[in-house]
Ligand binder design. Structure first.
Ligand code: NDP
Ligand code: MG
Length: 394
């Protein structure tokens, strides 16, 4: 991964400006206009919030999910902005010539093509969107080698591991350890078939978008992060462990072959992780102004994750180990299952079942092209709906 050391203002293309990560990124840009500028931004469907962001940050290029949103924005915003839309609009923002850094903060597989497009244009790509790394890890590595861009994590556990590893070779690593809060149902004796979306959306330590919050409740988020770690750091699955740590103050640990362990700690505020990703390899003053106060930390607890209670974690390890298009299928079917659960169409306990049944029916292919990954993704979404009928009638 190439490392560009520069003190120039970072010109940022932000994919997903209205989301949890997007808004925290904008907060950093707002706080440090001498360090960051929003050059281009892509939005989904939340046009009213998008208009406020455009008027505050004055980007040169804006993309919306739907073409209709452009007219509304044109009426409400400064006139000199260039507007684009749809998947091609996301890619335009990702490769925008004025920007040097791309922050991928959309949710789900929609991040895949713009991430590849950004790498094709040799950008520094800061990735919060784990689904893209999960689906297309091999292709991303190929693009980095071919076009000279780089990937820097913004997911807090991977930011932790990135700092602890400091580019050490994989043969020096005994274990990567990703911490997990354990989600809202860690100690719960609730019947998982009766858990409501409202209960599952109530995360104990982090405030995030709906999809990742449900993924935290099923532990699929940690499963996706295990695959994300394999993609980013090239460590095999036998050496990637998950450790439940309810306080979420240690974000990741690296155990080296000589028995020494490095851990990264920090307040549970995603702005630290995003700022690290934006600034790497340099560091600048903590813009969130949140710091850990050791006098207030009463305890740091750790426990093993429960693979039986949370089958999604097992399924993610299995899909990661099986490789090929299995991780892409895992990510796509999870997106569908989470959406169905949030709409009240399936039970919480149906989520791992639909994922399992879909993975079992998949005939995997090598992920050597974007088309293969897109085909696996489309197949998984269709198959998930077929399995929905099976689960409902069971
Ligand atoms: P949110 O749901 O809060 O935000 C998602 C963003 O993506 C919104 O801005 C949404 O726009 C936009 N979006 C969705 N679909 C499209 C589309 N087709 N075209 C353009 N924009 C689209 O998600 P989070 O911010 O929570 O998460 C984003 C990513 O970061 C996820 O992959 C997540 O796993 C990862 N992550 C998040 C963390 C967090 O603390 N939130 C922590 C670590 C990783 P709109 O609202 O306008 O429709
Ligand atoms: Mg994380």
């Amino acid at each position: 991964m190439s490392q560009i050391q520069t003190n120039k203002i970072k010109k940022i293309s932000l994919l997903g400006g209205t989301g949890s990560i997007g808004k925290q990124t904008l907060d950093l840009i707002r706080k440090a206009p001498n360090q960051y500028k929003l050059s281009a931004v892509a939005f989904g469907s939340n046009v009213s919030e998008a208009v406020q962001i455009i008027n505050e940050f004055n980007p040169q290029l804006v993309s919306f999910k739907e073409a209709d949103s452009i007219n509304y924005a044109r009426e409400a915003c400064i006139k000199s902005i260039q507007y684009v839309h749809g998947e091609s609009g996301l890619c335009e923002v990702a490769k925008f010539a004025e920007a040097d850094t791309v922050l991928v903060a959309v949710v789900g597989a929609v991040g895949l093509e713009p991430t590849l497009e950004a790498l094709k244009h040799a950008k520094r790509v800061v990735v919060a969107n784990k689904e893209t790394l999960v689906a297309a890890g091999d292709l991303i590595k190929e693009y980095i080698l071919k076009y000279g861009g780089s990937i820097i994590p913004a997911d807090s556990e991977h930011v932790a591991l990135h700092q602890c590893l400091e580019a050490k070779s994989s043969d020096q690593v005994r274990n990567l350890i990703l911490t997990a809060s354990g989600g809202p149902f860690r100690n719960s004796d609730l019947d998982f078939s009766k858990i409501t979306p409202e209960q599952a959306l109530n995360h104990p330590t982090w405030s995030m978008g709906a999809k990742i919050t449900i993924d935290c409740a099923t532990l699929m988020n940690k499963g996706l992060e295990v695959i994300e770690a394999e993609r980013l750091f090239g460590i095999d699955y036998d050496r990637i462990q998950v450790l439940v740590h309810p306080q979420s103050l240690i974000h990741g640990l690296v155990e080296f072959v000589d028995g020494n362990i490095l851990a990264q700690l920090g307040p549970n505020d995603m702005r630290l992780a995003i700022q690290y990703g934006l600034n790497y390899p340099t560091r600048s003053e903590n813009l969130s102004k949140k710091f850990l106060n050791f006098k207030e930390i009463r305890k740091l607890e750790f426990e093993e994750p429960d693979f039986v209670k949370f089958p999604c974690l097992r399924l993610a390890y299995e899909a990661g180990r099986a490789g090929k298009t299995y991780p892409a299928v895992l990510g796509a079917v999870d997106e569908v299952a989470v959406e169905l659960f949030l709409k009240g169409e399936i039970r919480f306990s149906d989520i791992p079942q639909i994922i399992d049944l879909t993975l079992q029916n998949h005939h995997a292919k090598h992920t050597d092209s974007l088309e293969t990954i897109r085909a696996a993704d489309a197949w998984a979404r269709k198959e998930a709906l077929a399995q929905l009928e099976r689960v409902k009638t069971a």
